[in-house]
Design a protein around this ligand. Sequence first.
Ligand SMILES: Cc1cc2nc3c(=O)[nH]c(=O)nc-3n(C[C@H](O)[C@H](O)[C@H](O)COP(=O)(O)O)c2cc1C
Length: 161
Amino acid sequence: MTDAILTRQSVRKFRPDKLTEPEVTQLIAAFNAAPCGMHQTDVMQASVIKDDAYLNKIEDACDHACYDAPLLFVIATKADSQFGERDASVAAENIMVEANSIGLGSVYVMGAAFSIDKDVALKKKLGIDEGYKIQVIVSVGYPKEKPEAEDRSNRYKVTIK
Ligand SMILES: Cc1cc2nc3c(=O)[nH]c(=O)nc-3n(C[C@H](O)[C@H](O)[C@H](O)COP(=O)(O)O)c2cc1C
């Protein structure tokens, strides 16, 4: 299996190595290519965290729930938008699939997103605008090990009529 969607699996153990600038640029392009409800492009914003000082602040605030990844995409949406959670999720998937296509691992982290969202001072330091809620953090990095394979061919109920 080589398809980047089909081979993507959540990765929670990362090597400490930093991503290259072209890799970071490619992931930002994938974020920017995400669909958005009613083409409301101002609903969503992201902070791409690669600096160790900020990474440590986030990991300390969420008890390492971002798995000490070397890169974090903190995705926030307008708190009052009906599209927010959906926009953030499709953008997160874009990043995760793109990451897999270039040999990087990733995981969608909701728990830490909620913890960091409550930390108003840290949120501001991360560059998230007032009125925006952190919906998801995508942890990205070089996988330390290959996750255990899982047969996902029948994970969900699918009805064909
Ligand atoms: C809405 C949502 C919330 C999630 N939150 C977390 C989380 O907080 N921490 C975590 O380690 N994984 C989280 N995940 C990843 C799931 O655990 C993972 O996608 C699921 O176990 C299926 O595994 P797979 O991604 O390898 O197919 C989340 C995924 C989704 C879609």
